[in-house]
Design a binder for this molecule. Structure first.
Ligand SMILES: [Ca+2]
Ligand SMILES: [Ca+2]
Ligand SMILES: [Ca+2]
Ligand SMILES: [Ca+2]
Length: 332
């Protein structure tokens, strides 16, 4: 009987080991062999369309486009895909990365003052307001979700740092004179700001509170990581990264777990931003020859991650339980 029990034990152990191997192999092969994504292209003109951002009501995506002959801010209706030009100034108007909470105003970067400054404009193209007046570079601005602050990047301290402006004026957030800090993006709490810094020796995503406290490194890969954005429910972070040798967009849980690659194209995929319903991201890609705006459903990847983690956990718990039973039996 003892020999038969040992035989059964060995067979079950092998079956569990093979199951774990199959699951792990599937997880590795699944991530290694994915070569395409299901991104949907929503602009299709000859020039470069870049820097998308969703209005908080989800009705529009603002983006920059060279369709008019110079770089201007445009919006596209997310249902009808009808485009409307918002700025008409002959200078460069770029980075419309932030909407006011009421979806009526857009903050963007413009050279119309003679150098790069932050501006706000009504979505119908009226009431342009200059927000910064520093003679150097001020760029890449976004409203905090509560609408009380605008974060931006500025070189006014001597190198590229994160700043914000509110009713009391401009305030410096990061202070790292030897490294560049850029691409600020607000967390849903209107307190923390994701940004890109080279302070670890290579480009990584970091987070800091607007008052300069709670500096935290978010990504640690030796490859170059760029702009990041929080989902509006705070559960996920997407970020642009060159860690594969090509600029792609990655997703992870807010605690850094369940890291997965979202885009797969031979071109550039970057400037990720979440939709208000947390189901899709918008980004720009030159995968079809020139820069255009794309949207990509994130829900399938999040479900796949959860399923893989859940299956692995069930098998490991089952295996440990089985081993426990066997050792008790042997101890009798
Ligand atoms: Ca322009
Ligand atoms: Ca300036
Ligand atoms: Ca890195
Ligand atoms: Ca284009």
């Amino acid at each position: 009987m003892k020999n038969k029990n040992d035989y059964v034990h060995t067979v079950i152990t092998k079956v569990f080991a093979i199951l774990i191997l199959i699951i792990c192999t599937n997880m590795l092969i699944g991530s290694a062999t994915a070569t395409s994504d299901a991104a949907i292209q929503i602009t299709d003109v000859a020039g470069y369309e870049k820097a998308p951002s969703f209005s908080p009501d989800g009705k529009y995506i603002a983006f920059e486009s060279t369709e008019s002959g110079n770089t201007d801010i445009w919006i596209i209706d997310t249902t009808t895909l009808e485009k409307t030009q918002v700025t008409f100034d002959p200078s460069e108007d770029t980075y419309p990365k932030g909407w006011s909470p009421d979806s009526r105003r857009i903050t963007f970067t413009s050279k119309r003052s003679g150098n790069m400054d932050i501006w706000i404009i009504d979505v119908d193209g009226t009431n342009p307001i200059q927000v910064t007046t520093y003679p150097g570079y001020d760029f890449y601005s976004s409203f905090s979700p509560d609408g009380t602050k605008i974060a931006f990047t500025s070189t006014r301290s001597g190198n590229s740092e994160i700043w914000y402006i509110d009713e009391n004026g401009a305030h410096q957030v990061t202070n790292d004179p030897n490294q560049d800090n850029m691409i600020p993006s607000w967390a849903p709490n209107s307190r923390s700001i994701l940004f890109r810094s080279t302070r670890s020796g290579n480009g990584d995503v970091w987070m800091i509170d607007y008052d300069g406290t709670n500096l935290t490194q978010i990504t640690t890969h030796p490859g170059e990581d760029w702009g990041a954005s929080f989902s509006n429910d705070g559960k996920h972070i997407t970020f642009d990264s060159e860690r594969t040798g090509n600029m792609e967009i990655w997703i992870m849980d807010a605690d850094g777990s369940n890291l997965a690659q979202l885009t797969y194209s031979g071109g550039i995929d970057m400037c990720n931003i979440w939709s208000p319903d947390n189901k899709t991201i918008a980004f720009w890609s030159d995968r079809n020859g020139n820069g255009d705006i794309f949207i990509l459903d994130t829900t399938a990847k999040i479900k796949e991650n959860r399923l893989q983690a859940g299956l692995l956990l069930v098998i490991i718990i089952g295996f440990l339980g089985y081993l426990g039973t066997q050792s008790k039996r042997k101890g009798r």
